[in-house]
Design a protein around this ligand. Structure first.
Ligand SMILES: [Zn+2]
Length: 322
């Protein structure tokens, strides 16, 4: 996940790892190793793009010969262990998340206690460590991240996944970008944005919100028809959305003018600079409104661009944690 940890948190994790006899990967902020006879991976709880550093998730790749944890089992377990916020089995992966505690001493005590409880419970149920992907038992697994997701794999699976990751990377590089397609996609996206500006504004809602729609639709439009969103694509999309936002906002005013003065929309659109000059449209209102839409455009564009660039970086990568 590349959530580099530092300072107080690093110190806290070092102590946690030491207490449990696990090793710490400072780069990833994850602990790994064997506890109670089970190989495991411990990392901050992740929801969406947020990591909760004082809410630990324990992952154990294991299976029992002829049973798996049912929802009912997990529910009962949770009820009996009040520090556990969730326990689940998904195929060969058992995941336990502990409730958040920022008190370091308490966190350590709870962590050790719940590791003890979980491993005893799994042993009682006849669970045996296995590869998360193929389920092979009796072999040590390597903790790793695949495209940003954690996994514990046997050596065969690790090799297979590494190979396909390399292939996927090569393919995506070879696929190339279709700039013309991207521009068409981005233009279609801006049209949705323009329609949104006009409809929202004519309905009397804050037109600024449509800036977010404009930004997201333009970038997604480029990505869909251009096959991928490169830096070039981002720049093209940004220029298009800035121009089209201006045009959309001006068209929105033109519709109002057309209605008020019984002109046609085209004439009204062309007359906007003159109407501003003559103070028939209050310039501060006009430009203020446009500035608002631009602010929201930025609000929509920045997170979309950041998440696109970030996803590209971790897409198709496999990293060993140990
Ligand atoms: Zn395997």
């Amino acid at each position: 996940m590349n959530k580099r940890i530092a300072g107080k948190l690093l110190n806290c994790y070092q102590q946690l790892a030491e207490a449990a006899g696990l090793r710490l990967n400072e780069e990833e902020g994850t602990m790994y190793g064997t506890y109670g006879g089970y190989q495991m991976l411990v990392h901050p709880f992740v929801s969406g793009s947020r990591a909760y550093f004082y809410m630990l998730t324990v992952e154990i790749a294991a299976q029992a010969r002829d049973s798996s944890l049912t929802k009912q089992d997990c529910k009962i377990y949770k009820k009996e262990h009040r520090n556990v916020s969730s326990l689940a089995q998904n195929q060969n992966l058992i995941t336990m998340t502990l409730k958040s505690t920022s008190n370091q001493e308490k966190l350590r005590a709870v962590f050790l206690e719940e590791l003890q409880n979980l491993t005893s419970y799994l042993r009682l149920k006849g669970y045996e460590n296995c590869c998360q992907l193929c389920g092979k038992t009796g072999e040590d697994t390597s903790p790793c991240t695949i495209s940003g997701f954690y996994a514990q794999l046997c050596s065969d699976c690790f090799q297979n996944v590494s190979q396909s990751a390399i292939l996927a990377q090569q393919e995506s590089r070879a696929a190339g970008e279709n700039v013309i397609g991207g521009i068409v996609g981005a233009l279609l996206g801006t049209l949705i944005g323009v329609v949104c500006i006009i409809i929202l504004s004519q309905l009397g809602y804050v037109a600024a919100l449509s800036g977010v729609v404009m930004a997201v639709c333009t970038l997604k439009g480029y990505e869909m028809l251009g096959r991928k969103l490169s830096k070039k694509g981002i720049i093209i999309s940004c220029i298009l959305m800035i121009v089209m936002t201006y045009a959309g906002d001006r068209l929105d005013w033109a519709i109002v003018v057309a209605r008020e003065l019984a002109w046609d929309v085209f004439t009204s659109y062309q007359a906007i600079p003159w109407l501003l000059q003559e103070f028939i449209i209050e310039p501060s209102v006009y430009w203020g409104n446009l500035a608002m839409v631009y602010v929201f455009l930025l609000l929509g564009a920045v997170p979309t661009i950041i998440s696109t660039l970030k996803n590209k970086k971790i897409q198709g990568t496999i990293t060993r944690i140990d």
